[in-house]
Design a protein around this ligand. Structure first.
Ligand code: DGJ
Length: 339
């Protein structure tokens, strides 16, 4: 072999070697498959949301443990449920490896009148941080087993992972509150977005500066449209709100709406899901959209693939959300790499 060829192949081998060592380790998400925590136990955080704080992500969700049953006396809809297990919390630095931090908001096992009693419904918890009070504030849907209580619960902690202390439950502005999310804007204003008026209308309620109560300023949207499972986010100064239709645990098509201000006019747009099973949100229901920290255009769409007869075994659908001008798209992927 000529000396030039020898040099060429030596450099090539070195270059391949260096590129391979620099390549970040694959962090593959498999939407709809079992996702284990750092101890090898399936992550149990349904209807969840994510808080980013001081270099870590905290995933809060419904802790659904044990038997699922159907509430026998409700015959007009399939009310499957399991004991309210409180709100679980997992932490991660890379969104891939999750450490179970425990039950951040504990259920009550002894007093059936308590809002957090295991016989109640405790769904869709979301946590935001208040820079002024230095408190972590959690809002969630609290309900009776027949979903007629229709209230929002509030809990507070000094630490992201909890423990959270129950503050109170409210009917915001004297209105029913079921499926919900929170949205904190860049200016520190926070909003509680919830299905109200027997799920027929969605409300966006500005919270007080301490995030503990509704301020009284609110906007009614999607009037008579029966939307639920709200997930709000902001991109390039525009606000986006993904919701589902209202069909119990059964999946349906998502819809994205956009607005120039949170309490402004919301335009109902289109189904952002594309491809096979897009008419059922890939057999799932929206719960949150996570802007990836430090990455301008990287957002993750989070949804729940409910298993109505075994709610604990409901799976997570995480997919990248793509932007094109002021439109978004969510494409199905059997697996994708977080890197
Ligand atoms: C749909 C909601 O989005 C879920 O959170 C849950 O409340 C089910 N309905 C109950 O049927």
């Amino acid at each position: 072999m000529k000396i030039t060829s020898l040099l060429f192949f030596t450099f090539l081998a070195l270059w391949v070697g260096i590129s391979c060592t620099n390549k970040p380790k694959e962090q593959k998400i498999f939407p709809g498959e079992i996702w284990n925590d750092s101890k090898g136990v399936p992550i149990n955080a349904h209807g969840g949301g994510i808080l980013y704080h001081a270099g870590k992500y905290y995933w809060f969700g419904e802790y659904k443990k044990g038997k699922t049953w159907r509430v026998g006396y409700l015959s007009n809809w399939e009310c499957y449920r399991c004991e309210a297990g409180g709100v679980s919390c997992y932490s991660s630095e890379n969104l891939f490896n999750w450490k179970f931090e425990g039950i951040a908001l504990k259920p009550n096992g002894s007093d059936p009148a308590n809002d957090l009693h295991i016989s109640k419904v405790l769904e869709r918890p979301k946590v935001i941080y208040n820079e002024q009070t230095k408190k972590f504030v959690m809002w969630f849907h609290v309900d009776s087993e027949d979903y007629s209580y229709a209230r929002a619960g509030v809990a507070v902690s000094d630490n992201p992972q909890g423990p959270y202390t129950f503050h109170e439950s409210v009917r915001p502005n004297n209105q029913m509150s079921r499926d919900m999310t929170l949205f904190k804007d860049d200016n520190g204003k926070a909003y509680h977005i919830f299905s109200s008026e027997n799920n027929a209308v969605m409300h966006i309620s500005l919270l007080t500066d301490d995030y503990l109560r509704p301020s009284g300023i609110e906007k009614r949207i999607f009037i008579g449209k029966s939307r639920e499972a709200p997930a709000m986010f902001k991109h390039n100064g525009k606000y986006f709100l993904i919701t589902s239709a209202c069909s119990g645990w059964a999946p349906n098509a998502a819809m994205v709406a956009t607005a120039d201000t949170v309490l402004g006019e919301w335009k109902e747009r289109y189904n952002p899901c594309k491809g096979p099973k897009s008419d059922s949100t890939f057999i799932a229901q929206s719960t949150y959209v996570l802007p990836v920290e430090g990455k301008t255009d990287q957002y993750i769409f989070m949804a729940d693939r409910w298993n109505k007869t075994n709610l604990e075994d409901s799976r997570y659908i995480w997919l990248p959300l793509l932007f094109k001008n002021d439109s978004i798209a969510i494409n199905w992927k059997d697996s994708w790499d977080l890197n």
